[in-house]
Each structure stands twice: as structure tokens, then as C-alpha cells.
Design a protein around this ligand. Structure first.
Ligand code: SF4
Ligand code: SF4
Length: 293
């Protein structure tokens, strides 16, 4: 029985591909984008999130913890005993192991909505390609049951992984974060060479793709970055639509809950005018551009 690590399953999603969808969020990602609004998706294992405002100081978590780790994250084994003992929800274990059958039972619940809306199932993360066996089995199960699929990916994987799963993918939501490789390394922790090579091959093979670009002030919201993106997108074997996703601050509190530092502190959300200006500049190259997911 193949299992994988999931941190959330969202029903009735309308931002992760066409129609009404169920989005399955894989836990674990090889990138460390500084603007990531789902930092709980990054680590490859379960972890504890803490909401101090909900804590009533009852001490049940300390009594339950077999490792004396409630006040010392370094000792935490992510066993979840403290979260199970905490009845206010101040402590939460993020990440659960699920089987393919369990995930499929969940996504099957809304089949009627997919059929009516042209929707389906989106595998997101984290990075779904980082759990290739689990992803492959889920995708093939969806295909066998007539469910349409999308994979929301950063594209950072060996081509063999992409090649294996691509026959079962109806749509790739493909992140192009920064075209300049030095900047990409600085802000995500990895080179984009493999990401762009995989994208080129998907285009050559005729796959359906939407390019998704987070628009982050001080990172890629300048004219040169937009022009580099236009040059890349117009050089692919197919012309794909581009979704610009303006940076937002909603994930910052999650870093605190995970006991982590937020590295883009002080960066403000871009104004609607600036986003529209950059979208218009990109559209001048003939690309279909939309703002939002
Ligand atoms: S069990 Fe929950 S409410 Fe009680 S002290 Fe621990 S975190 Fe606070
Ligand atoms: S998850 Fe387990 S080890 Fe970590 S603090 Fe809670 S009880 Fe202790």
C-alpha cells in the first residue's frame, strides 16, 4: 500500500485550475521560496504549529509530551501527543500519512461538482513531484475513474519523474518564479536550470500548461524581470497563458507558529496599479495574461 504525507485537502477550490476542484496538498518541498505563504508545506516530515493566543496554560501538553519538548523544538519528534492532549487547539500537528485509497475516497466525494463545472482534482504542495510514487498512483487512479487532473508544481525534479507522471496529467500549473538564475538561487535556494529544461520539454511534447508567476516586490516586480519572463514564455514550443500571483502577507503568522524566522519581513504587497502595469507590459509580447490564480 503506497502512502504519502499530506498537510491538507481543500474541497471546493476555485483557484487551482478550471471549475470546482479538490486540492490535495503534499507536504515537503525542495525549494525554500522566501515568500512562501505555506511554510508548513516545506519540511518533508510532520511538525508542530503553535497558536499562543489559544493557550490557556493548563499544562496538558507538557504532561503528555514524552520527550520534554514542549518548550524546546529541537527535541520534538513530531509524535503529536501534545496536540492530541490540547483541547483548545493551541497545538496542531501538521502532516498526516494517507494511503492512495484514503485520498481517493476524499476526492470522490465531490465528483458531481467536478462534472458540472469542468473541474477535477489538483495535486499541489509543497511539491507533489517530491513524492513521485504516491503522485503517480493517485494520478493513475484519477484517470481510471475519469477524474480530470492538474499538478501544481515548481518543476524541480528529474525529467524521469516528470516523464513518468505526465501521461495522467491534464494540466500543469507550472511555477516560473524568477528567470534570472542567480536571483532564483538567492530567493528559492536552488538553480532554475532543471525547472526551465523540464518546462521546455513539456511544451515540446504538447502538454497543457498555465505558467504561474508570483509577483514579489524587490524580487521580480521590475521591468527587466518581466521582459525576461516574456522572452522565456515566447520562446517555448507552445504559447501558454500566464497567471501573475501578487505577493501577499497572509502566511507570515504561520512562520511564527512554526518557530521560524520570516525572511521577507517588511516587504509590502504590490499595489493593484503596479500589478496591472506589469501585466500590461507582459501582454505586449502577445501572451495571454491574467492576474490571480
Ligand atoms: S495543552 Fe494547549 S492550552 Fe494547555 S498549556 Fe498546552 S498548549 Fe496551552
Ligand atoms: S509533538 Fe510529541 S515530541 Fe513534539 S512537543 Fe508534542 S508531544 Fe512532544
Amino acid at each position: 500500500m503506497t502512502t504519502g504525507l499530506i498537510f491538507d485537502i481543500q474541497r471546493f477550490s476555485v483557484h487551482d485550475g478550471p471549475g470546482i476542484r479538490t486540492t490535495v496538498f503534499f507536504k515537503g518541498c525542495p525549494l525554500r521560496c522566501r515568500w512562501c505563504h505555506n511554510p508548513e508545506s516545506q519540511a518533508m516530515g510532520p511538525e508542530i504549529m503553535v497558536r499562543p493566543a489559544r493557550c490557556i496554560g493548563c499544562g496538558a501538553c507538557r504532561a503528555a509530551c514524552p520527550h520534554g519538548a514542549v518548550d524546546d523544538r529541537a527535541r520534538c519528534r513530531a509524535c503529536g501527543a501534545c496536540a492530541a492532549a490540547c483541547y483548545t487547539g493551541a497545538r496542531e500537528l501538521v502532516g498526516r500519512t494517507m494511503s492512495v485509497a484514503e485520498v481517493m475516497a476524499e476526492v470522490e466525494r465531490d465528483r458531481a461538482f467536478y462534472d458540472q463545472s469542468g473541474g477535477g482534482v489538483t495535486f499541489s504542495g509543497g511539491e507533489p513531484l517530491a513524492q513521485p510514487e504516491f503522485l503517480a498512483e493517485l494520478l493513475s487512479a484519477c484517470r481510471a475513474r475519469g477524474l480530470r487532473t492538474a499538478v501544481d508544481t515548481c518543476g524541480y525534479a528529474a525529467w524521469a519523474v516528470v516523464d513518468r507522471i505526465r501521461p495522467w496529467v491534464d494540466l500543469f500549473l507550472y511555477d516560473v518564479k524568477v528567470v534570472d538564475d542567480a536571483k532564483h538561487r538567492a530567493f528559492t535556494g536552488v538553480s532554475n536550470a532543471r525547472i526551465l529544461a523540464n518546462l521546455r520539454r513539456l511544451a515540446e511534447l504538447g502538454h497543457e500548461v498555465v505558467l504561474r508567476v508570483p509577483l514579489v516586490p524587490g524580487v521580480n516586480d521590475d521591468e527587466a524581470s518581466i521582459d525576461a519572463l516574456a522572452a522565456l514564455a515566447t520562446s517555448l514550443a507552445r504559447r501558454y497563458p500566464v497567471s501573475l500571483l501578487p505577493y501577499h502577507e497572509i502566511g507570515i503568522d504561520k512562520y511564527r507558529r512554526l518557530g521560524r524566522e520570516y525572511l521577507l519581513e517588511g516587504v509590502s504587497e504590490p499595489t493593484a496599479e503596479r500589478v496591472a502595469e506589469l501585466a500590461a507590459r507582459l501582454a505586449q509580447s502577445g501572451l495571454q495574461v491574467r492576474i490571480g490564480g
